[in-house]
Ligand binder design. Structure first.
Ligand code: SF4
Ligand code: FES
Length: 718
């Protein structure tokens, strides 16, 4: 195209540009790998970004010039680590070299020094890039080499330690893709940034080639510590371990319950709304037990407990599985009939399913019973698990399609449905490179080619979108599934709590290359085990709603009030666009203190150990939390207002019970504020306190009475 336009072309190709990135036609700029500057065509991303910045500055009226770029790079060639830094070929007059040849492992390293030996000029690395970061920093920042410079390339153990992050000057370039210096990292910390993901978001560091991720983490943590900010990797106050550590402990020691994990590796206490769901997810992934297992109920947040998604008024949305977005007319009709019968708002989701909103807790079993009869199963939209496999119509109907994308989406969704992970997982399959299913914005994206399937990983839509990366090309169906199995199991083994694949990938030391080594080349020797684990998960799949509907004990939980059949009177709807939407939630209206004498409220076996239920008393909604008797303490029942003042929804009884700094609390399931069970005090807002009642178990019954200190003439009258 440049030739046709008459632009000057370099002798070895590339559109000739000057220092302002202008081509021979001053109105046309060229940047990146098509541009030829000073006879050079750059094949690296860092110079491309520098050119882009140059043009942007010029367009903004600034006087800048492109002055070339550091061509240091490390990569893998035919499976071998190679690195080239600065004057790798020793062209500086008078320079001298050290060379290390490892005949055993086939490695080679050359270090180039200035004539006086005081400056590191460059290096060549073959077979091991572990030396790269240190030498690069010496070259870029003119850091004096050690007394014996050869130590920089000698095998570790005999050679130099890695250059400490504190030895780097503020001008040290940490991420050359995005021009991020150590000084810029320090400035972010000074501005209050204390987490790596936030740092990456604000500086873009390590979001290009990813080669700087280890150094970035090292510099960031060193600088935090230098400012007295402890880098705490604990899950929460109950576990001084990361999620990855806990996953390994659970698997290695065969731990089956939260209590056992707490007893062996925890810091004591009941747990909290951070560690309980995280451990619940680890146990469910590791042993593939249903989340409705009674052992896990107290660990789950409300969505997992009731297998539906809580909405802002305390109702739930119901999402049946529509694998690959394919649905028969008969099933569509059933969805419409169910929505009409139960007054539900219907909406088609981005994942090609139909979401039914506005179901009250006690209606969920009836709704699911009708959906099951029509052949639906749970869509697991409530869980941190595989959500949807979106697909385009593919070669079956589309004239451009080269493979059956719907068929592939069905295979994948049916294989991975219900798979529990640190965060939700989304898939998509496109039938050709036109990409109508937007597979490159998903955790796992598959795009059909003439020769098979291209696999993309770690994409994300949402708040911080990230394009998926091409992981492997032209795979046959068997290899595709094998790689996805390994990828997903490796992710759940190593990801942090609530970490999406995109953030996990950005934090993965070694980046995509490392991931390929683990998944494709099996560099850790774990792939057989990963596949076996995934097969176990696949073989043990069952529909959680089908299980629940046949279990009377589980169904008991689907009651708005354990002692009254009425629905929550606070839940109201208004008409909008021929459907319903929630009316604004009403603030708390009842203010009676409750009975002065001990009064029976409900049965003891209505309670759920270490969790909550709700009872109705004279217009009051009372959430009851139950701690069963232990060797050291008698059974305790706590009665607290079910009304959440932050959302004005009646949902407190469906929050996670736990302890924080020794105080028993419940976390609101909507906005996560914590309320002390003893006296209702909100830990996040001293001005907010929920009503509480005295409660106890007596002859198998739950008794309540007003708190003595809450008797006032007004409350008694009310
Ligand atoms: S991605 Fe290709 S096959 Fe699928 S609908 Fe679009 S054009 Fe057709
Ligand atoms: S050096 Fe490429 S992302 Fe930082």
């Amino acid at each position: 195209m440049a030739r046709e336009c008459g632009l000057a072309i370099g002798s070895r190709g590339g559109v000739v540009i000057d220092d302002t990135c202008r081509t021979s036609d001053a109105a046309i700029f060229a940047i990146g790998e098509c541009a030829c500057w000073n006879g050079q065509v750059f094949g690296l991303v860092a110079p491309d970004y520098t050119m882009a910045r140059t043009v942007a500055s010029i367009l903004a009226g600034e006087q800048v010039a492109f002055a070339g770029a550091d061509m240091s790079t490390k990569l893998k060639l035919l499976g071998v680590d190679v690195g080239s830094i600065g004057d790798a070929h020793g062209r500086t007059p008078g320079c001298r070299s050290y060379r290390f040849i490892g005949e055993i492992d086939g490695s080679y390293r050359r270090l180039v020094l200035s004539e006086d030996g005081h400056h590191v000029l460059g290096a060549v690395l073959v077979g091991d890039n572990a030396y790269y970061d240190t030498i690069l920093q010496c070259v870029q920042n003119d850091i004096k080499p050690p007394a014996d410079p050869a130590a920089l390339i000698l095998p570790r153990g005999e050679g130099a330690d890695l250059l400490g992050a504190d030895a780097l000057p503020d001008t040290a370039m940490i991420c050359s893709c995005h021009n991020v210096t150590k000084g810029a990292i320090c400035a972010s910390i000074e501005n209050g940034c204390t987490d790596l993901a936030g740092l990456k978001q604000s500086t873009k560091a390590s979001t290009g080639c990813g080669g700087c991720s280890a150094l970035l983490k090292n510099v960031f943590e060193t600088e935090l510590e230098a400012r007295g900010i402890t880098v705490d990797h604990s899950l929460c106050e109950h576990f001084s371990y990361t999620r990855q550590d806990l996953y390994a402990l659970v698997r290695v020691h065969g731990i089956q319950t939260f209590e056992d994990l707490m007893a062996q590796y925890g810091n004591g206490g009941l747990g909290c709304d951070i560690c309980k769901p995280a451990v619940g997810s680890i146990l469910a992934s590791a042993w593939n037990k249903p989340i409705t297992d009674p052992l896990y109920i107290p660990l789950q947040d409300t969505n997992d407990t009731f297998m539906a998604n809580m909405q802002k008024n305390g109702t739930y949305s119901v999402v049946p599985r529509i694998a690959g977005g394919e649905i028969t007319p008969e099933k569509l009709i059933v969805l419409g009939q169910v929505a009409k019968k139960y007054g539900l708002y219907t909406k088609i989701t981005g994942g090609q399913r139909i979401d039914l909103f506005g179901a009250q807790l006690d209606k969920l079993p009836d709704i699911w019973s009708e959906l099951m009869d029509a052949g639906f199963e749970t869509g697991q939209a409530y869980g941190k698990s595989t959500r949807t496999v979106k697909s385009c119509v593919g070669s079956t109907w589309c004239r451009y399609g080269v493979q059956d994308s719907v068929g592939k989406a069905l295979d994948l969704e049916n294989r991975y449905k219900g798979f529990r992970a640190p965060h939700k997982l989304k898939f998509a399959v496109s039938g050709c490179t036109r990409e109508c299913a937007e597979a490159q914005s998903k955790d796992v994206g598959v795009i059909a080619t003439e020769n098979g399937w291209n696999l993309y990983v770690c994409g994300n839509g949402g708040m911080r979108p990230r394009h998926a990366e091409l992981f492997a090309t032209d795979l046959d169906s068997e290899t595709l599934v094998k790689y996805i199995d390994r990828f997903l199991m490796f992710y759940i083994r190593t990801a942090d709590k609530l970490q999406r694949t995109s953030v996990w990938r950005e934090n993965l030391e070694g980046g995509l290359d490392y991931l390929r080594e683990v998944i494709i080349a099996d560099s850790l020797g774990i792939c057989t085990e990963l596949e076996k684990q995934m097969q176990m998960v696949v073989d043990n799949y069952h529909c959680e709603w089908r299980d629940a509907l046949t279990d009377r004990e589980k169904l008991k939980r689907f009651r708005t009030f354990v002692n009254d059949r009425r629905p929550d009177p606070n839940i109201r709807t208004v008409a909008e666009r021929d459907q319903v939407r929630p009316a604004d939630n009403l603030p708390e209206t009842t203010s009676s203190a409750g009975p002065i004498e001990w009064t029976e409220l409900c049965q003891g076996d209505d309670l759920v150990a270490k969790s909550g239920v709700v009872a109705w008393y004279d217009g009051n909604q009372i959430a009851l939390f139950y701690l069963p008797e232990t060797e050291v303490a008698p059974a305790q029942v706590y009665a607290i207002d079910n009304h959440d003042p932050f959302s004005n929804a009646n949902v407190i009884g469906r929050g996670i019970m736990g302890d924080l700094k020794g105080q028993l609390v419940v976390a609101s399931p909507l906005y996560k504020q914590h309320f002390r069970l003893e006296d209702g005090q909100c830990l996040e807002d001293p001005a907010i306190r929920l009503r509480t009642w005295d409660a106890r178990l007596e002859n198998g019954k739950v008794m309540i009475r007003a708190k003595i200190n809450e008797y006032t003439p007004e409350t008694l009258l009310a």
